[in-house]
Design a protein. Structure first.
Length: 218
């Protein structure tokens, strides 16, 4: 009986370690202008799935309106509808499928993305800033908060798809079915890193197994 208890304790500790970074606090299903928050810590990678529209764009991690930074995450253009422009404010547009590492994040840390729409060289207005579209709790910073949106859809505990657009659907209650093609679509993937508390639980389980083994030998 004691052996079964020890094995159960070890299994529980392992499950807590492996699941520590997987849980998330957000509700399932797609939702407009919702915060992007992983419940556990880990390494996050962004993968570009689609970029389209009549304007070029710059994607950044930014929590306030302002000038485009010197090192944006991605320069984007209408990759699906035609050849990319030579550059977007001096940065070569990323191809579909390109990945960018966002580094380590803490549990509960919100990702605030800003998509800046700028004039397209194909439209004859290169480099002109048109608008800035924010995600999550910072969506109120949009020039027209009731018209711009981000759509957040959790695929699993460690993966979320984000779509960003500067024209809000006519009927938000219809959800994704009311959307046209977004300006930008990307995937965020978390590689969980177990929290110290979870490792402590695992260590406690191992100690319990060791103690029971010594008692059996004694």
């Amino acid at each position: 009986m004691s052996r079964q208890f020890a094995l159960s304790a070890l299994a529980l500790a392992l499950a807590l370690v492996l699941g520590a970074g997987a849980a998330r606090a957000t509700a399932p299903g797609p939702a407009f202008n919702q915060p992007i928050v992983f419940a556990g810590p880990g390494w996050v990678t962004l993968t570009l799935e689609d970029s389209r529209g009549g304007f070029d764009h710059i994607l950044e991690l930014a929590a306030a309106p302002g000038a485009i930074g010197s090192a944006p995450l991605l320069a984007l253009t209408d990759l699906a509808g035609g050849p990319p422009s030579v550059s977007v404010r001096g940065f070569a547009p990323a191809a579909q499928g390109a990945s960018v590492s966002l580094g380590n994040v803490d549990a509960g840390q919100e990702f605030i993305f800003r998509l800046s729409n700028i004039g397209s060289a194909r439209l004859g207005t290169p480099g002109g800033l048109d608008s800035q579209v924010f995600t999550g709790r910072s969506s109120i910073l949009n020039p027209q908060p009731t018209q711009y949106y981000s759509l957040v859809e959790w695929i699993g505990p460690t993966q979320v798809r984000v779509q960003m657009e500067d024209v809000f659907p006519e009927n938000p209650a219809l959800g994704p079915t009311s959307l046209g093609a977004p300006d930008l679509q990307f995937l965020l993937t978390l590689s969980p890193i177990s929290e110290p508390r979870s490792w402590a639980l695992l260590l406690a389980g191992l100690v319990a197994v060791g103690a029971l083994a010594r008692r059996r030998l004694g």
